[in-house]
Design a protein around this ligand. Structure first.
Ligand code: HEC
Length: 205
């Protein structure tokens, strides 16, 4: 009775072509999870992994903890939200380095008080911005690419390493969001932190 004996080198060649075939089959699935072609889908993917929501999306409190408020994604620190008073001396060398509110949208540190920006395409957000202005903002760490230095904890020093193509995709996604009207307050200087009353009125400094 003839036994099926296949030489080892043919067996491994057959195995290799099977692996190649499986790889070819897996190709479309990889694309579906890391979109490369559609800039808006790629931008959504990068914004998710870049943790932009952590700081730029207000949260709603649930029994399981804070979750993203899906009605105002990436709309920045809510202008109407008063902050609790921060006792003097809490943020100081040898004390706490920074303090944040429950939504992670307002931050107090040695730099003063910073409020996360409205990234939606509203007049109070990024309406009228071009991809070039957005790229300059992230690369230079300056408001609208040319203005004052962006304050912590906006991690532009990390995001500036994204390629132009990825930054364009992030911007395309942000521009596809529903616009949310929210005029984020101007930052407060460090001196103002210690005496500030918790009123986050727009423009207060
Ligand atoms: C750890 C918190 C944090 C994260 C994460 C974060 N940001 Fe920010 N971002 C801020 C803060 C705070 C400001 C406001 C800084 C200021 O007023 O100087 C800001 C400002 C900005 C601005 C400036 C807008 C302007 O008016 O010039 C842009 C654009 C921006 N963020 C985009 C992003 C994007 C895109 C991501 C994700 C890839 C992101 N941010 C992630 C905290 C954060």
């Amino acid at each position: 009775m003839a036994t099926l004996s296949v030489p080892a080198h043919i067996r491994s060649a057959a195995l290799l072509s099977l692996v190649a075939l499986l790889g070819a089959c897996a190709e479309p699935a990889r694309h579906a999870t890391t979109p490369a072609e559609d800039p808006v889908a790629r931008g959504a993917y990068l914004v998710t992994l870049g943790s932009c929501h952590d700081c730029h999306t207000p949260k709603v409190m649930t029994a399981a903890g804070p979750v993203l408020d899906s009605t105002r994604l990436l709309s920045g620190h809510p202008a109407s939200e008063a902050l609790p008073v921060l006792p003097a001396g809490v943020v100081a060398p040898g004390q706490w380095g920074a303090v944040t509110n429950n939504s992670l949208t307002a931050w107090v540190g040695p730099w003063g008080t910073s409020y996360t920006a409205n990234l939606t395409p509203d007049r109070t957000g990024l309406a009228g911005w071009t991809p070039e202005v957005f790229i300059e903002t992230i690369r230079q760490g300056k408001h609208a690419g040319v203005g004052r230095a962006l304050l912590p904890p906006m991690p532009w020093q990390m995001y500036r390493h994204m390629t132009d193509e990825d930054l364009r995709a992030v911007f395309a996604y942000l521009q596809s969001l529903p616009p949310v009207s929210n005029a984020v307050p101007a930052p407060l200087a460090p001196g103002a932190v210690l005496s500030h009353t918790g009123s986050a009125a727009p423009g207060s400094l």
